[in-house]
Design a protein around this ligand. Structure first.
Ligand code: GDP
Length: 473
């Protein structure tokens, strides 16, 4: 029927053509695209498959670069390790090598990342010690770093955060270079550190493994140049490349609101080249790059792969770890940013509003909840009904307890969907959730509570309404 009306022909004609194809169709029959296009073509229409194009597809360049467009890029390095083992001191010592090398600078400003040059090759350091930044960025899908310098104090050895750092670096597929720090101390014992490293599958090169260990002292500067040379060596082996001939793409390292300049963000360009005046979208923030500076405050007109720059011109402060894209269409970018903002708000809203027995009382107290919706599942119909009636009797002046569904059998996906839509909790009696329901509930943050005794359930709900539910551990 619909096909006929779109073709502006009689339904009978379409049905006849379908019969010709061996399909006995009724007027409300659903046919697939191939069949419909055969019929349409036979009736003299031109057929095109309607493709739904998303904003992202219209806005972003295809994320595939041809081999011949790829060019060498500097490595991006993060410094990790246990607290007090010298991460900050090493980052400072490295920064100083630039000054002693007679390069311009001296007035380094902290923008969250910087570049130094070793033997003519630039190296980018993320100047955010601690791996929190690193992991939060990875959680957002921005795998920024190529190499992790693992700082281990020679007088202290491997400590809990050292192990954490190793695990994070490994999970991110980052090559680890070990800087054995504080070598100036008389109690330094680099051999002990190397021995410990082998327990974490980091076998030093000296011992036939492939982990580079560099003894350094952030205090005296000993070994810092060796460390930089090792980084260059690893970078060379990794053959790090990116296409500079495309619109820029990367991630936000840090961002703040400046009284005079408005939102200021340090971003790392991962591919492409960012130009002054480019329109960028970072998370929910859109704007034109007004001023772009490097870590020494010098104004830049453009920035290529692995280059950290500070930019102004965004409309709002993006979050560290947000991905950014330079785009052509500012209007479309704003549309996408608005949509992202709306999605974020909705997520926060729904997460906040999801009711559980634990947050029930605070929601009641804040006047946000006048009703507690419950789904009851039990092993037999008799108990389902009994529970339903007992629960509904708990209603008081402030809150009405309403059982929106009472049924028999395991808690299934449709129970969870119902609970999710109706913001209900699910109570089970001598039944369990099936695996799908369990997963769906976790994802939708729907509370599932299992009981064997009706009395216990009534008690818990009563207590929760008074804010007296004992916390579960
Ligand atoms: P972080 O917590 O890993 O960033 O460690 P810091 O860089 O703040 O250093 C912790 C302490 O160790 C500070 O008191 C530093 O002065 C000291 N320190 C760092 N590197 C060295 C070093 O190479 N030799 C000595 N003797 N002390 C160091």
């Amino acid at each position: 029927g619909e096909l006929a009306s779109r073709l502006k022909v009689n339904v009978a004609q379409v049905i006849k053509k379908l019969m010709g194809l061996g399909i006995m169709a009724a007027i409300s029959e659903v046919v697939d695209f191939d069949t419909a296009s055969l019929v349409a073509e036979e009736l003299g229409a031109k057929v095109e498959h309607e493709v739904h194009v998303t904003i992202e597809e219209r806005l972003f360049e295809v994320d595939e670069d041809k081999d011949e467009d790829l060019e060498e890029r500097p490595p991006v390095v993060v410094v990790m390790g246990h607290v007090d083992h010298g991460k900050t001191s090493i980052l400072d010592a490295i920064r100083k090598t630039r000054v002693t090398a007679g390069e311009a600078g001296g007035i380094t400003q902290h923008i969250g990342a910087y570049q130094v040059t070793m033997n003519g090759k630039p190296i980018t350091f993320l100047d955010t010690p601690g791996h929190e930044a690193f992991t939060s960025m990875r959680a957002r899908g921005a795998n920024l770093t190529d190499i992790a310098v693992l700082v281990v104090a020679a007088d202290d050895g491997i400590m809990p955060q050292t192990v954490e750092s190793i695990n994070h670096a490994k999970a991110a597929n980052t090559t680890i270079i070990v800087a054995i720090n504080k070598m100036d101390k008389p109690t330094a014992n680099p051999n002990h550190v190397m021995e410990q490293l082998t327990q974490y599958e980091l076998v030093p090169e000296e011992w036939g493994g492939d982990t580079i260990c560099v003894p350094v002292s952030a205090l005296t500067g000993q070994g810092i140049e060796d460390l930089l040379e090792s980084i260059n060596l690893v970078a060379e082996v990794k053959e790090l490349k990116a296409n500079p001939h495309r619109r820029a793409k990367g991630a936000v390292i840090e961002a703040r609101l400046d009284k005079g300049q408005g939102p200021v963000a340090t971003i790392l360009v991962q591919k492409g080249t960012l130009h002054q005046g480019d329109v960028v979208i970072a998370g929910t923030s859109v704007g034109r790059v007004r001023v772009m500076r490097d870590d020494q405050g010098a104004i830049l007109k453009e920035a290529g792969p692995s280059m950290p720059v500070e930019i102004t011109g965004l409309t709002e402060v993006p979050a560290a770890g947000d991905l950014f894209d330079a785009v052509e269409d500012e209007k479309l970018a704003r549309e996408l940013a608005d949509r992202r903002a709306a999605e974020q708000k909705e997520q926060q809203f729904s997460a906040y509003k999801k009711v559980t027995l634990d947050n029930l009382f605070s929601q009641i107290a804040e006047g946000e909840r006048k009703e507690l919706a419950i789904i009851v599942k039990a092993d037999v119909q008799g108990s389902a009904e009994a529970v339903k009636q007992s629960l509904e009797k708990i209603s008081n002046d402030e809150v009405r307890v309403r059982v929106i569904h009472a049924g028999v059998g395991a808690i299934n996906k449709s129970d969870v969907m119902l609970a999710n839509a109706g913001n209900a909790i699910i109570i089970g009696f001598n039944v369990r959730p099936d695996p799908v329901a369990k997963e769906e509930a976790a994802q939708a943050e729907v509370e599932l509570r299992m009981y064997r005794v009706i009395y216990d359930a009534i008690n818990d709900v009563t207590d929760a309404m008074k804010g007296m539910l004992a916390p579960k551990f």
